[in-house]
Design a protein around this ligand. Structure first.
Ligand code: PMP
Length: 418
């Protein structure tokens, strides 16, 4: 039976958002494709806002999950020990941490990105005994009071209904052209005369997703790390969106050569679009008292199964190389769009598969996204004024799929600027 879009208007809270941007009822998805109830096919350049880096319904993960379900494997166990959990812990350590020379304790903070950020902020305060946290302009970290208080988006902050406290917002890299914004951060920390409190932590995305696909330079990240070390401030990297290969390496900070104190991961970590998050903690900082941060839905066993299977993509560097080669195709396409259509007043932004075009023309990116949707491509916008159209295909997309998506984007641009 087909459904009426009116059901959402009538029954769902006005807070609903994506249902407005992509107004159709979806029924099915595989790889980089989605279908709606009218049988219309869409190319997915959205990938669940970064939760579907391996595409929809990956065959191998699906088979493992079905096999597990059919064998009556544990579904819910709070954080009790299970074979699924042991498999994930071992594989994450063997395939991801050890080869990168990384040593972290793995915490299950709750099912979402917001949960991992919340746990990181709490732990940093507990470890240092300090209150404030430095975050950055246009950063996005989540929707609870704690994670929202480090989110640099005034529209989202209004959702809290009250002013949010204990955070200091500093300018992100490239916030001011040709200016090293970290000099400003250091000056601020040195200014004890005006009563500046040394913060517990700094929280940062290496590439800002929701904030407009702003990529921090690797030197900037290295300098940020050294400032944190100098002042005994914990460095929290929020890899919820930029992690799990999105920028071309498993962790987004790998090529910068830094070692964060705490890492937040979620979105694509389950591999299959299931709610799942981890907080990676430098072992000596893992000072929680047992039970101090708990929750009913920590460590989803189905997600352990699919996440463990997804890590096979990272057993050697084949997948990483493929992702990097396809990133180059995307980058070349975007550069060509900016050059061919000067009316866009566009700038190519991002890194790897986390890229987009920022258009200076008011409202144009939203129009491009809407037109693309009409033509069968799902692509969202980002940035404080929705000025960026954001290309977020699954990392597993074929070259053919990419090219089809590029055609629709060019067609959409052409129809709006010519
Ligand atoms: N951090 C970052 C960088 C994010 O992009 C997001 C989600 N867009 C979050 C945290 C919050 O994750 P969730 O929506 O799963 O709570």
């Amino acid at each position: 039976m087909t459904q009426d879009m009116k059901v959402f208007e009538n029954l769902e809270s006005v807070v609903r958002s994506y249902v407005r941007s992509f107004p159709t009822i979806f029924t099915k998805a595989k790889g980089y494709k989605m279908w709606d109830e009218n049988g219309k096919e869409y190319i997915d350049f959205f990938a669940g806002a970064g939760a579907l880096n391996y595409g929809h319904n990956d065959q191998k993960m699906k088979e493992k999950l079905v096999e597990y379900i059919m064998s009556d494997g544990i579904t819910h166990s709070l954080d009790m020990a299970s074979t699924a959990k042991a498999e994930f812990l071992n594989k994450f350590n063997d395939v991801i941490l050890k080869p990168r020379n990384l040593d972290y304790k793995i915490m299950f903070p709750g099912p979402t990105g917001t949960n991992t950020v919340e746990s990181a902020l709490k732990l940093a305060r507990k470890v240092t005994g300090r209150t404030d946290v430095i975050s950055f302009t246009n950063g996005f970290h989540g929707m609870t009071i704690g994670s929202l208080s480090v989110t640099g988006n005034s529209m989202k902050r209004k959702g809290a209904g009250i002013p949010l406290q204990n955070t200091v917002t500093m300018p992100y890299d490239n916030y001011v052209d040709n200016h090293d914004t970290l000099e400003y951060v250091e000056r601020f920390l040195e200014d004890s005369g005006s009563g500046v409190a040394i913060p517990a932590a700094m929280i940062v995305e290496t590439v800002q997703g929701e904030g407009g696909i702003n990529a921090a330079r690797f030197e900037w990240l290295r300098k940020l790390e050294s400032i944190c070390k100098r002042w005994g401030i914990l460095l929290i990297i929020d890899d919820v969106q930029a992690g799990v290969g999105r920028t071309g390496t498993f962790f987004s900070f790998e090529r910068a050569g830094i070692k964060p104190d705490i890492i937040c991961m979620s979105k694509s970590l389950s591999g299959y679009g299931l709610p799942f998050a981890v907080t990676l903690i430098r072992p000596d900082l893992d000072i929680w008292t047992p039970g101090e941060h708990n929750g009913t839905f920590r460590g989803n066993n189905h997600a352990f199964i699919t996440a463990a299977a997804s890590l096979d993509y990272w057993k050697d560097d084949t997948f990483e190389k493929e992702v990097q080669a396809k990133s180059e195709m995307i980058y070349q396409f975007l550069t060509k769009m900016v050059e061919t259509y000067p009316e866009l007043k566009g700038e190519v932004r991002g890194r790897g598969f986390m890229v987009g075009i920022a258009s200076e023309v008011d409202g144009l990116s939203n129009k491009i996204s809407a037109k693309a949707f009409e033509l069968g491509l799902i692509m969202e916008t980002a940035g404080p004024k929705d000025e960026v159209f954001k290309l977020f295909p699954p990392l597993t997309i074929s070259e053919e799929g990419l090219k089809k998506g590029f055609e629709i984007i060019e067609e959409s641009i052409k129809s709006l600027v010519k």
